[in-house]
Design a protein around this ligand. Structure first.
Ligand code: PMV
Length: 361
């Protein structure tokens, strides 16, 4: 059993009466993918991601001390200004999971107001930004209860709590690059929370761009929870987990050396492997759409023709993330508008780039 007692809020002296905390936290895009977990929300393999900047959730947490601690959690949830009852069960199970570490939750009535910068049901996972933003707000409340906590302890515990909401959320709190999951070559990497990539990153990756093509905004046919579960007993699971570690070793060197061709190879292979795992599970499923494949082929043609370092990655969905160096911004954007927009649903795409994580507003 893991011992996470260091994360239990113990110094509860005086509870603040009432107030509001507002923060924002971004989404992130994995370069080496996390797919497969064990209880509770621990990854089967290490992953690494770019923290994004534009795609983010803003959350405000209003808290008011109850006269008596209640039997159950007491919270209201507003999404983009309106009550959102279908999000409540997810928050409730998040509170249930983290109560052990934040044993004051039932002493408060909360109003949680949240909104995203990216379009609703755009196929961009809002769980990473949403859960990390909520964890961040809750840790600001913990800070008021225990002002002794250091910045370092606070960010570590925020990532730890966010992980319990949604695995990949733990990688959103800091930037520009974070690692989650134990990896023998990355000091301090561990399964319980994400850390910042601990090496100086090559200039080539500074301000790296991510333009997200919204190929299909439909609801996902298979949730990531179900997808992770299908890695249990998957015929290729163990090889896949080993491969992810090997790819992280390669990526570590690449991020330090600035080798963009090697970057393309690892990142595209990771994206296709994630989807290959979905296609080879039982039941099997396909999240890519015909336009996803058309876009991938167009990227490959463009690269061949121009020598560009543009590459793609995919999340658990049909949308395509186009990753490219800042120095290629103008050329790639004109390629997108002339050749790729036609394959986006309603011509929609989002220009994002590598960012620095969550902040108090
Ligand atoms: O955080 P979850 O449980 O929604 O899983 C996300 C998994 C992927 O987005 C597909 C990959 C990753 O590492 O972010």
């Amino acid at each position: 059993m893991n011992d996470y007692s260091q994360f239990v809020l113990a110094n509860i002296s005086k509870l603040p009466e009432a107030g509001t905390i507002t923060c924002s936290s971004p989404s992130n895009i994995a370069l080496v993918k996390y797919w497969g977990k064990r209880p509770i929300q621990l990854p089967e393999n290490p992953s690494i991601s770019f923290t994004l900047e534009a795609c983010k959730t803003t959350t405000s947490l209003q808290y008011k001390k109850r006269n008596e601690p209640g039997e159950d959690f007491d919270f209201e949830l507003l999404f983009e200004g309106k009550p959102k009852p279908d999000f409540k069960p997810k928050i409730k199970s998040f509170f249930t999971r983290i109560e052990e570490y934040l044993p004051v939750l039932k002493q408060y009535t909360f109003v949680i107001e949240t909104s995203n910068t990216f379009p609703h049901s755009s196929g961009i996972a809002s769980s990473a930004s949403g859960m990390s933003a909520l964890a961040f707000c809750l840790m600001q409340l913990e800070r008021k209860i225990n002002p002794e906590i250091t910045d370092e302890e606070c960010i570590v515990k925020t990532s730890f709590l966010a992980r319990l909401g949604s695995g990949s959320a733990c990688r959103s709190l800091e930037g520009p690059i974070t690692v989650w999951g134990t990896h023998h070559e990355i000091p301090k990497s561990n399964d319980a929370y994400a850390i910042q990539f601990p090496y100086e990153v090559h200039q080539n990756f500074k301000n790296y761009q991510d333009t997200i093509l919204l190929i299909d905004k439909g609801e996902k046919q298979v949730s990531s929870t179900v997808g992770h579960d299908l890695m249990h007993g998957h015929p290729f699971a163990n090889k896949r987990f080993e491969q992810a570690s090997i790819n992280l070793t390669k990526l570590k060197e690449i991020l330090i050396s600035g080798d963009l061709n090697a970057f393309i190879e690892v990142v595209e292979s990771e994206a296709l492997t994630l989807h290959a795992m979905m296609m080879t599970s039982l039941p099997y499923f396909i999240l890519m759409k015909p336009n996803t494949l058309t876009v991938i082929n167009k990227i490959w043609e463009y690269r061949k023709k121009t020598g560009s370092k543009l590459c793609f990655t995919l999340d658990a969905g049909a949308n395509v993330h186009l990753l490219y160096p800042d120095s290629e911004k103008n050329e790639v954007l004109s390629f997108i508008t002339s050749e790729l927009v036609a394959y986006c649903q309603n011509g929609q795409y989002i220009c994002d780039k590598i960012g620095l994580g969550a902040k108090i507003l």
